[in-house]
Design a protein around this ligand. Structure first.
Ligand code: NAP
Length: 257
């Protein structure tokens, strides 16, 4: 994140960011906290949570953290109990995803299919549903799902992962329609290839890297902060009239779709 960003659009708001101990989720947590939000960080591993919280606390940011595997109901309950303790939830960022089998869709095992849909789609649905009692009380209720460029065109990852990301586009529309009258916006961000551990399946070979770069107009991979700023816009008052939309932040990959 640029040191020159010193805006406080989210002062006093409480945000949950799932899967936020590294990569895109961590960058989103950091950005929302640096704009004034109290942010609850989480992921599956205690050690990752405490490392991420310590790092952001050292930057003077207001964060707290706990273990939450998004597909586990008891973990999600703890997440919402934490936001309740902070005064009630304003912002939910549903960011977790897995891709245990990188194979063609019909070669996916049933076990992997279930895991992908449990984490990438069903948990997004359940988190949204379970956040409602608190979001309805907020004047600034916001939900953002993290999808992918592969939602639109499965050439990057031609399997169940991409199917789950396409489904998130539908979940965004349907949820936004239902929650609009309750003054809660629901949007989605679809990143292109972003430099994180997750994307190394695409970028860890010279040919894979060259192929990814050839698909962008800007000639570079994205950084996690290329996504966090988009999310910060969507959850701030600046994004208050945007709902049911997906913003693609891919360095221009859609021109190749
Ligand atoms: P990443 O750097 O590999 O980070 C993954 C994070 O998710 C870690 O904090 C991990 O921590 C956590 N996590 C994994 N499974 C979890 C679960 N079941 N419940 C809770 N937390 C979990 O990944 P990333 O690249 O930032 O990806 C974040 C999101 O962006 C995903 O939805 C991904 O599909 C999307 N995306 C990424 C790219 C890209 O190029 N990187 C492109 C398009 C979309 P623990 O190990 O402690 O759980």
């Amino acid at each position: 994140m640029s040191d020159s960003i010193k805006i406080n659009r989210l002062n006093g708001r409480v945000a949950i960011v799932t899967a936020s101990t590294e990569g895109i989720g961590f960058a989103i947590a950091r950005r929302l906290a640096s704009e004034g939000a109290k942010v609850i960080i989480s992921s599956r591993k205690e050690e990752h949570v405490s490392n991420a919280v310590n790092k952001l606390e050292r930057e003077g940011l207001h964060v707290t953290g706990l273990v939450c595997h998004v597909a586990k109901s008891e973990d999600r309950k703890k997440l919402f109990a934490a936001s309740e303790r902070l005064g009630g939830l304003d912002i939910l960022i549903s960011n977790a995803a897995v891709n245990p089998e990188v194979v063609g869709v019909l070669n996916t095992s049933e076990k992997a299919w279930d895991k992908i849909f449990d984490v990438n789609l069903k948990a997004a649905f359940l988190l949204s549903k379970e956040s409602l009692p608190q979001l309805r009380k907020s004047k600034y209720g916001r939900i953002v799902f993290v999808s992918s460029i592969s939602a639109y065109q499965h050439f990057l990852l031609p399997g169940a992962y991409s199917v789950s990301k396409t489904a998130l586009l539908g979940l965004t529309k349907a949820t936004a329609m239902q929650l609009g009258p309750q003054n809660i916006t629901v949007n989605c961000v679809a990143p292109g290839t972003i430099e994180t551990r997750f994307s190394t399946i695409l970028t860890n070979t010279k040919s894979g890297m060259e192929w990814c770069l050839s698909k962008t107009l800007l000639g570079r991979l994205g950084k996690p902060d290329d996504i966090s700023g988009v999310v910060a816009f969507l959850v701030s008052d600046d994004g208050g009239f945007v709902s049911g939309e997906t913003i693609v932040a891919s360095g221009g990959m859609t021109c190749h779709l």
